[in-house]
Write a protein that binds this ligand. Structure first.
Ligand code: ASP
Length: 663
């Protein structure tokens, strides 16, 4: 597309001409055209750097057309030998071996090539000596094979170097950058500094790779879903405050007392889209939750969000398995099929792994042994037992640090014992309150047989409440802690390329209200449908109602969750009102949804996958910040632009806001 150049006004042109009478006519001609051309001519003039441009001095950079690049830095190989090439990129620290031998690595998005200055012109040497790391240059040169001993097999371009003929410094970099992207991981500054200068950090090949993979994965998902009849639809970002679950960000308006809220998810809109007849919807959706930042949570994050009409949980799960398999194939070259996605109920997950997102890459199952000791275990309690094979190799210090990390000091119903020849037939009597059982003698050998307890094992027991709720049990936390410890000590091996997916289902629909204001809160969100056969329990025993919710778990992390929804406005209103005991004014905030359900809304269900978490697993990144271009730091701060920030008193006034209790 042609760029339109705005000519200077005639008077400005004449003034310039008058001012530059001393320049050669070719330069004068150039300068008369445009402001941009004025700068170009300035650099290309023989008097470059000497004219009076009224305080404007930008002589460190080359202004003007520079040669078009012929190759990317990562492209060149031995078979390019002898070619005259033009490369563009960022220079890394030059290494001057002598006056006549200087190596300069040049990096662009595709990789790095070694430029070399060898006994070239003194002008070229001077230009090179002026370059600081991270200058952006255009380099012209000739591809040479590296001498035999100099080949770098670790680099794709390691067989060649480019002998420099000319360079153009397109934009120098400050000599006082806080760090260079080419530094080794060990010498980089802390993450706070790197987040502050994110544009520099993003130049590091590792982050470049993550962000590019993220784009590839989004594309794969989009393509897969569109190929399967889904429609991508954007829902509003300026939404309304509704008590859906998480704390929202609110957005003031110029109407007194009127606020938008940013969506914590497109949940209500996607359900309304089902009422609207878009029976397969998806969106790569940005969501916002104003929650205290737990490790690795972001206040704004991305979900792969879908909803489908006339669907069963199983059919929806198959769609998810389909696009997850496409991602794994494209990003990792790994083939997955239905057998990679087993199912487990919440009850089984919690009793066997002590977690609603079990890591099944390793065994270490928890066994309930209450039946053996029914005389010391009350009806409402259950006794969990974990046997760690060869766990006696863990030191007293290891077990103390576990107790400290998991705050087990005060836990009187928790005990552990290392099994040796002397105690193998009497270990329960060493386990806290178990020792009071009358049945000890008779049951010891039964337990040992059932759990295959042997000398050298570590046995841990915990008496917990029989009624399970929440995300984990104490023994589940112990299991994970010990697995980490065993891994560190080389006693447990987990292949980093193992991907263990698991669907967790049949969650309790309601959990005790954490804030103790009401009796129940929705375990996930209030739109999840109960199992049909549990509907009568809604009035008699809400604790026993199972929801048609499903979570997708990978390697012990929840990567997605969804459900079959309530499509009956009568049931939805009943749950808001009678079970969750929302005040009328609270559930009236969902009137739009209740109206949509009353308008002839099909049965429907959906899911959302946490895209940032998914990417961090695919990239093997230790933090989701490593897969987000501009993540927030601790406390929700954006360190690049320094937000959140104050606004002027005038702006506050315009939005009818007053700041009180400022710290
Ligand atoms: N909106 C839900 C969430 O953000 C996901 C779903 O139920 O589809 O967790």
């Amino acid at each position: 597309m042609a760029t339109r150049v705005r000519p200077l006004a005639r008077s400005a042109c004449t003034a310039l001409l008058r001012q530059q009478k001393t320049l050669p006519s070719s330069s004068r001609r150039l300068q008369c055209m445009t402001k941009t051309n004025t700068i170009r001519a300035f650099r290309s003039s023989p008097h470059h750097g000497k004219q009076d441009l009224r305080g404007y001095n930008d002589s460190d950079r080359y202004h003007g057309q520079y040669p078009r690049r012929t190759h990317l830095c990562g492209d060149l190989r031995a078979n390019n030998e002898g070619q005259h090439v033009v490369l563009n990129g960022w220079i890394q620290s030059p290494r001057a071996m002598s006056q006549d031998l200087i190596f300069i690595p040049l990096r662009d998005a595709s990789g790095t090539t070694q430029l070399v200055f060898r006994s070239g012109s003194p002008e070229l040497r001077t230009e090179i000596q002026r370059l600081t790391p991270e200058c952006v240059i255009c380099a012209e040169g000739v591809v040479m094979k590296r001498p035999d001993g100099m080949i770098n097999n670790k680099q794709t371009t390691g067989a060649i170097e480019v002998e420099l003929k000319k360079i153009y410094c397109l934009n120098p970099a400050s000599g006082s950058l806080p760090f260079w992207p080419s530094q080794t991981a060990a010498t980089l500054p802390n993450e706070e500094v790197r987040l502050r200068y994110r544009y520099l950090d993003l130049r590091r090949p590792e982050l470049q790779k993550n962000i590019r993979l993220r784009s590839l994965v989004v594309n794969t998902v989009r393509q897969h879903l569109i190929d399967n009849g889904f429609t991508e639809i954007e829902t509003p970002t300026l939404f309304k405050s509704t008590p859906e679950g998480a704390r929202e960000f609110i957005v003031p308006t110029r109407k007194p007392g009127a606020f938008y809220a940013l969506p914590q998810s497109p949940q209500q809109h996607k359900q309304m889209l089902m009422a609207a007849g878009f029976d397969r919807y998806f969106q790569i959706a940005r969501c916002f939750r104003d929650e205290d930042l737990r490790a690795d949570r972001q206040p704004e994050f991305t979900q792969i969000d879908l909803e489908m009409s006339f669907i069963t949980a199983k059919e929806l799960q198959e769609v998810v398995q389909g696009f997850v398999s496409s991602i794994w194939k494209k990003a990792l070259g790994v083939e997955l099929d239905a057998s990679h996605f087993p199912h487990m109920t919440y009850q089984e997950a919690m009793t066997t792994y002590g977690s609603d997102k079990p890591d099944i890459r390793f065994d270490m199952k928890i066994n309930e042994i209450s039946d053996y000791l029914s005389d010391v275990i009350e009806q409402e309690s259950a006794l969990d037992c974990l046997v760690v094979k060869q766990g006696s190799k863990l030191t007293g210090g290891d077990l103390k640090s576990m107790q400290k990390a998991l705050e087990l000091g005060e836990e009187k119903d928790f005990a552990f014992v290392k099994i040796n020849e002397n105690n193998i037939h009497a270990w329960p009597s060493k386990c806290g309150r178990l020792k009071h059982s009358n049945r000890l003698g008779q049951i010891e050998s039964d337990i040992n047989n059932k759990l295959d307890i042997q000398v050298g094992d570590l046995v841990l027991v915990h008496k917990r409440e029989r009624y399970l709720n929440g995300g984990n049990t104490l023994m589940g936390r112990v299991r994970l802690h010990l697995a980490n410890l065993l891994q560190e000590k080389g006693l447990l091996k987990i292949d980093p390329n193992t991907y263990k997916f698991l669907w967790i289902e049949s969650f309790p629909l309601f959990s005790p209200d954490e804030q103790n204001i009401r009796t129940w809160q929705a375990t996930h969100h209030p739109f999840t449908a109960p199992f049909d056969e549990d509907i009568p329990l809604l009035t008699t025993d809400p604790a026993k109602v199972r929801g048609q919710h499903y979570d997708l778990v990978l390697n012990g992390m929840e990567i997605g969750g969804g459900s079959i929804r309530i499509h009956s406005p009568v049931m939805q209103r009943f749950i808001f009102d009678s079970v969750l005991q929302l005040e009328k004014h609270e559930y009236q905030r969902f009137d739009h949804l209740l109206d949509a359900l009353s308008s002839g809304c099909p049965p429907h269900g959906g899911i959302a996958l946490g895209f940032d978490r998914l990417m961090s697993i695919l990239c093997n990144a230790s933090s989701i910040r490593d897969v987000i271009a501009f993540p927030k730091a601790a406390g929700g701060k954006d360190l690049v632009v320094n937000s959140p920030s104050e606004v002027s008193p005038d702006q506050l006034k315009e939005y009818y806001l007053q700041v009180v209790n400022k710290e």
